[in-house]
Every structure is written in C-alpha cells, then in structure tokens.
Ligand binder design. Structure first.
Ligand code: UD1
Ligand code: UDP
Length: 360
C-alpha cells in the first residue's frame, strides 16, 4: 500500500496537518507523521497533539534549535534515514518553516514526490526566512495546495504549471472551526483573571524581536497601547529575553505569560477587543473570528485577511493611534469569509491526494 508521510516541526504546522491527516485516514490511506522537533517545549508542541487530537508522531527527529544552516542541515540528515527506510509514495509539507524547506530539498533529491499545503503565499520580502522557504518549497513540489486565490497567480508567475495547483481552502481554518465548540471562555477568563475588555498580542518575527534596539521602540509603543487597554501577551520564547530586558513588564497593563495551548489561545483571542500580532496564522484566525487585528509588519503574505478580514498592517510608529481607532469602532464589524475557508479544506486535499495516488 502506498505510504503518505507528513513532515511537521513547529507550532503553526500542527493545526494545518490535523484536518489533512484525519481526512486521509477516513479514506483508508496509510500514513506516517514525522515531527522534526524544531519546536519541542510542551507549550510549543505537545499541547497541540493533546488538544487537537493529533496522532502521536511515528518518529520525532529531535533536532531542536540552531542557526538556519544547523537546523536545516540536521533536519535533512535525520530525515534522510527515515525517508530511505519508509520509501513514501508522497511526502506532505506544511507552511514555510525550516522543517518545510529541509524536507522539500531532501525529498526532491531522493526523487520522492511532494505536496505543499499552503503553497503560493508571498510577502515579496526576501529578508524573511519564511519567504525563502516558501519559494524554494513550491518550486520542488508536485502538488501545490493553495489556501487563497491570489497564490495561484504567484505560482504561475514563477513558472509553475497550473496542473500542479489546487485551490482547496485553508486547513488551519478547518481546525479553528472544529475547535469552537471545545473552547472554555469562562474557564480562560477565570484562569487569567481577564477583564471585560482586553487586547491580546503575539510577537516572534526576527525583525520585531531579535534586535534590542527595535524591541525598545516596540515596547514603548506597546506601553502606549496598554494605556488604552490591558494587553495579554502569551510570549513566544524567541523574543522573551529581549522584551524583558527592554522593560516590557514595566507597565501595569501588560500581562506576560507563557505560550498558551491552542484552545486557551483561541478562546482568549475570540473574547478580545483587539489583537496585535506578527504571526501568519493569527491574521487568518482573527479574520474568521471577526476580531480586529493589527499586524505589526510592513507586509503580509496573507492579503486576503485585509481584503476580506479584519486585518490591517501597522508600523510601530502608528501602533498606538491605530489601536485607538480599532478600539473605538463598533464591535462585530461586517467582514466576508475568504472563499473556501469553510472547514472542508482537509477533505478536498485528501480527495486530490487519493486520486493522485491512484493515478500514480
Ligand atoms: C519558527 C519559524 C517561523 C514560524 C515560527 C512559529 C523558521 C525559519 N521559522 O520561528 O516561520 O512563524 O516558528 O512559531 O522555521 N525555542 C524554544 N522552545 C521551542 C522552540 C524554540 O525555546 O520549543 C526558542 C529557541 O531559543 C530558538 C528560538 O525559540 O532558538 C527560535 O526557534 P526557531 O524554531 O528557530 O524559530 P522560530 O522563531 O520559532
Ligand atoms: N498559538 C497558540 N498559542 C499561542 C500563540 C499562538 O496556540 O500562545 C497558535 C495560533 O492560534 C496559530 C498558531 O499558533 O494557530 C500560529 O503560530 P505562530 O504565530 O507561532 O506561527 P506563524 O503562523 O506566524 O508561522
């Protein structure tokens, strides 16, 4: 029987792989899940497996953190053994992290066919490691699963054959929609002593958190927003040391916490008046939840969250003013759901994979 191997590694991969895995399992496809171990803290990894009812990884490569070269190379070396042993008919990779591009480079050298879930997103910002990872991965994949229509144009512009592209919707939104009835908003409100009105912030982009100078400016802006509304910040480990050193905790309206489990995070976001973020996935989730989102980046690879959703790009200089405007708006502003963000992307992907395997 033909084997499909999924390669995952970091927090945003887990809500994407779940719906695809479940839909392929329902169609009787033999699968393995490999976790590279790029993320390894319980709050960055294990908690997603527990809360999203994901299968235990068949293999955890345990590569951990490192420079781009070290991390990418270690993933390739460790994955090579697994791919040679398993001989998959198809490798599936997700998103734009180092685990994604490492698996794609390796599988293509071993001439194993590949599928990329979330293909064709482009920020056109080559200073972002994710943009490099996306472009390389898409070039190498046989099946390109696209979450929003403009991605088709980006892939075509880069010379990819449209026969490889499939607009299927967004499996991360499948996970969001299927999780809504598992949320415990009252429990989250009590556990974190949330006030009636609050904002949530997440930060982890290198451009925002890696340089102490940039972090100091950001902290001043966040303190300005905290003058308007208390901000709850489940902090990604990447920026913690710099943000703390820059004095982020020196305002009574700032509430730092460890990264949250998925269900707690979504419940906190859903109940919030405003989200400040530099995350890719959070731009999409706030679009569906209808929560105003200010993205602290000069660009986004997810423009559909602006055209259809609640997202706006903001500079650090404009953050306080933009937060004031967003907070002054009536809650529940009308927005349009992006096409096919309907909870069935995993099933569409699985149908295409099954028919591809049958033709194979
Ligand atoms: C990675 C992805 C990024 C994605 C993000 C999601 C790349 C190049 N970047 O960034 O696209 O948006 O994941 O969260 O793949 N760390 C821990 N515990 C962990 C994991 C990381 O403490 O479980 C710390 C380590 O100090 C590590 C740092 O976070 O050096 C960065 O981790 P890394 O996986 O290299 O990149 P992210 O910033 O997490
Ligand atoms: N998330 C979470 N707990 C948190 C912060 C984020 O479960 O404390 C989830 C979030 O809902 C989304 C995913 O993590 O599903 C996004 O991951 P991240 O922002 O780290 O990566 P990106 O999407 O920017 O690549």
């Amino acid at each position: 029987m033909q084997l499909v191997v999924h390669v995952t590694g970091a927090r945003p991969n887990f809500p994407k792989v779940g719906p695809v895995w479940k839909a392929l399992a329902a169609r009787g496809v033999q699968q393995r899940l490999i976790h590279t171990g790029q993320h390894y803290d319980d709050r960055m990894s294990e908690v997603f497996f527990r809360q999203l009812d994901l299968p235990r990884p068949d293999i955890n490569l345990g590569v951990g953190s490192g420079s781009h070269a070290v991390q990418t190379a270690n993933i390739m070396v460790a994955l090579e053994q697994a791919f040679l042993a398993e001989r998959p008919a198809l490798v599936m990779v997700y998103g734009d992290i180092n685990s994604t591009v490492a698996a794609a480079l390796l599988a293509s050298k071993l001439q194993i066919p590949m599928a990329h879930v979330e293909a064709g997103l482009r920020s056109f910002d080559m200073t972002m490691p994710e943009e490099i990872n996306r472009r390389v991965t898409d070039q190498l994949c046989d099946l390109l699963f696209v979450t929003s229509p403009e991605a088709i144009g980006h892939l075509a512009h880069e010379g990819m054959d449209t026969a490889r592209m499939h607009f299927v919707g967004n499996p991360m939104i499948d996970t969001l929609l299927s999780s809504l009835d598992k949320l415990d908003p009252a429990g989250v409100r009590t556990e974190f002593a949330l006030p009636d009105r609050y904002a949530v912030a997440t930060l982890h982009r290198p451009a925002n958190v890696d340089s102490l100078d940039a972090v100091r400016v950001l902290v001043t802006a966040l303190h300005g927003v905290a003058d308007l509304v208390p901000i709850y910040i489940p902090l990604h480990p990447r920026g913690r040391a710099n943000l703390v050193e820059a004095g982020i905790e020196g305002h009574p309206g700032i509430h730092l916490m460890d990264p949250l489990g998925y269900l707690e995070f979504i419940a906190m976001v859903r109940g919030s008046a405003l989200v400040l973020t530099d995350s890719g996935g959070v731009q999409e989730e706030t679009t569906i939840l209808g929560v105003p989102c200010l993205t602290m980046r000069p660009n986004t690879e997810r423009p559909i969250t602006i055209s259809h959703g609640t997202n706006r790009l903001v500079t650090v200089a404009d953050l306080v003013a933009e937060a004031g405007i967003a907070l002054a708006r009536e809650p529940g502003a009308a927005h349009v759901t992006p096409p096919l963000w309907d909870g069935h992307a995993g099933e569409r992907i699985a149908d295409i994979v099954v028919s591809w395997l049958e033709q194979g």
